[in-house]
Design a protein around this ligand. Structure first.
Ligand SMILES: Cc1cc2nc3c(=O)[nH]c(=O)nc-3n(C[C@H](O)[C@H](O)[C@H](O)COP(=O)(O)OP(=O)(O)OC[C@H]3O[C@@H](n4cnc5c(N)ncnc54)[C@H](O)[C@@H]3O)c2cc1C
Length: 392
C-alpha cells in the first residue's frame, strides 16, 4: 500500500505526463489513474487507500493549479449517488456511471421528497409498475435540487402498495431526459431556483437501472441519506476560518468601527464552536471508509446547520444597515450549490434551508437519540419498522 510520500510522487508523475489544458481528457485520465478519490476501489477512480490520504492528493493537484471537477456543480453525484452505487450497484452499473459522475460529464439529482412525504419518506406515493423489462413510473417529486441540470435521478418509488410501507419501495435510477419527465423551477426566498418540482408521467425505466433488489429500496435509501448528511455537514477538508465563520471574521478585522463588546463575545464563542465542528468533521471523514457511513454524520450535519444559522445572523447584525440589504432578488437558475457565496443577506437566507435539507434537525435529533445514544424510540403510528430495526 502506498504511503503519503509515494502517493504525492505518483500525483507529481501524473502531472508531468498529462496536459491540464485539455480539461475533460485530464479529468478522465485522473480518474483512470486512481487519483480521483483514492479510497474508492481500483478501476473506479481509486486505489483502495485510506480516505485520509485524499487531502494530500487534492493538495498536489491544487498546488499545480490543475482543473478540478467543479465539485459544487456535481455535489449530489459525488456525495450521494456515488456512495450508493458503490454499495448497492452491480459491476455494469458501477462501470457505466462512476466515471462520468466523477468527471462531471453527468449531473445527478435526488428524487426522494414528495408533497406528502418528506420526513416521513417511507409514505411516498410515486408508483412504479413492472411492464416487461421496464418499470413504468408515475408521481410527483418536489424540492429536487439540480434536476434542471441532471442527466440521472436517484428515484425512490413504491412497487408494492400491499406490504408495510418501508418494505414496498424500490430504488431506481431515472434518466432525466426520458419522455414523461417534466422539471419545473421552484423559487426560493434568496431569489434562486436551486430546486424544482418534478412530474413523472408514465416514465419507462429499464429494470437494468434498478439498484439492489425489488423491495429493498428503503435500505438503499438509507445509504443515500446517511451519505447526504456527511456530504452536507463534513464533505471536504476545509482550512481554519473558512466557510461561514471566515466571512464574518474578515468583516470584523476589516471594519473595527463596527465592533461592540457584545458582538465580540458572540463572535469568539462561535469561532471556537466552528473550529471544534471543523476538527470533528475532519475526524469523521478519516474514520469513514468508502461506501456506507453510519448515523454519526447526522451529528455533523445538525451542528453545521445550527452554526451556519447563528453565524450568518451575527454577520447580518455586525454589518448593521448594510447587513439587511440584499443585492439581487431576481429569479436565477443556479448552476452550483453555494451556502457561503455572495453577501451576508444571501448567506443568512440560504442558511435557513440547512436545517431542512438532508433531513430536518428534529429528525436528526431523533436519529442521534435512538441510533447513537440508544434511547427509547418515540411513539410511531407505523409500528411495522422502527428505526432501530433499520440497516446501520
Ligand atoms: C434547500 C433544500 C434542498 C432540498 N433538496 C432536495 C433534493 O434534492 N431532493 C429531495 O428529495 N428533497 C430535497 N429537499 C427536501 C427535504 O429533504 C425535505 O424538505 C425534508 O426532508 C423535510 O420534509 P418536508 O419539507 O416534507 O417537511 P415535513 O416532513 O412535513 O416536516 C415539517 C416539520 O415537522 C417536523 N417533523 C416531522 N416529523 C417529525 C418527527 N417525527 N419528530 C419531530 N419533528 C418532526 C420537521 O422537523 C419540520 O420542522 C430539499 C430541501 C431544501 C430546504
Amino acid at each position: 500500500m502506498l504511503n503519503e510520500a509515494e502517493l504525492r510522487e505518483r500525483v507529481r508523475a501524473f502531472l508531468r505526463d498529462s496536459d491540464p489544458t485539455r480539461r475533460q481528457d485530464f479529468l478522465n485520465a485522473r480518474f483512470d489513474a486512481g487519483l480521483a478519490w483514492v479510497h474508492y476501489p481500483e478501476g473506479l477512480g481509486g486505489l483502495g487507500l485510506p480516505r485520509s490520504l485524499q487531502a494530500a492528493v487534492d493538495a498536489e493537484f491544487a498546488a499545480a493549479q490543475a482543473p478540478d471537477n467543479e465539485p459544487e456543480r456535481i455535489v449530489i453525484g459525488l456525495g450521494m449517488a456515488a456512495p450508493t452505487i458503490l454499495v448497492h450497484g452491480n459491476y455494469q452499473q458501477k462501470q457505466r456511471w462512476m466515471r462520468k459522475l466523477w468527471t462531471g460529464q453527468e449531473v445527478w439529482c435526488q428524487l426522494f421528497s414528495e408533497p406528502g412525504a418528506g420526513s416521513d419518506l417511507a409514505a411516498l406515493g410515486t408508483r412504479a409498475t413492472r411492464d416487461g423489462d421496464d418499470w413504468v413510473v408515475s408521481g410527483q417529486k418536489v424540492w429536487t435540487s439540480s434536476a434542471h441540470q441532471a442527466q440521472w435521478g436517484l428515484l425512490l418509488a413504491r412497487t408494492d402498495p400491499d406490504v408495510p410501507k418501508h418494505a414496498g419501495l424500490t430504488y431506481l435510477v431515472c434518466d432525466m431526459t426520458a419522455p414523461g419527465v417534466e422539471v419545473r423551477p421552484l423559487r426560493q426566498f434568496t431569489g434562486e431556483a436551486e430546486f424544482n418540482e418534478v412530474f413523472l408521467s408514465e416514465v419507462r425505466i429499464p429494470d437494468t437501472d434498478r439498484l439492489s433488489a425489488v423491495g429493498d429500496g428503503w435500505s438503499v435509501a438509507m445509504t443515500t441519506l446517511m451519505s447526504e448528511r456527511v456530504s452536507i455537514g463534513s464533505a471536504r477538508a476545509v482550512p481554519r476560518e473558512s466557510g461561514m465563520i471566515g466571512a464574518v471574521v474578515k468583516t470584523w478585522r476589516d471594519h473595527p468601527e463596527l465592533r461592540t463588546h457584545g458582538l465580540h463575545d458572540r463572535l469568539l464563542r462561535l469561532w471556537v464552536e466552528a473550529e471544534v465542528a471543523r476538527l470533528a468533521a475532519e475526524r469523521l471523514r478519516q474514520q469513514l471508509a468508502a461506501g456506507k457511513p453510519g448515523p454519526e454524520g447526522s451529528a455533523a450535519k445538525l451542528v453545521f446547520a445550527r452554526l451556519n444559522q447563528e453565524i450568518s445572523g451575527l454577520e447580518v447584525e455586525l454589518n448593521a444597515a448594510d447587513g439587511l440589504r440584499y443585492d439581487d432578488w431576481s429569479m436565477r437558475r443556479t448552476e452550483r450549490a453555494s451556502f457561503f457565496g455572495r453577501g451576508p443577506g444571501f448567506r443568512y437566507l440560504r442558511a435557513r434551508g440547512n436545517s431542512i435539507e438532508g433531513g430536518t434537525s428534529e429528525i436528526l435529533r431523533n436519529i442521534i437519540a435512538e441510533r447513537v445514544l440508544g434511547l427509547p424510540s418515540e411513539p410511531r403510528a407505523d409500528k411495522d419498522v422502527a428505526w432501530k430495526d433499520l440497516p446501520r
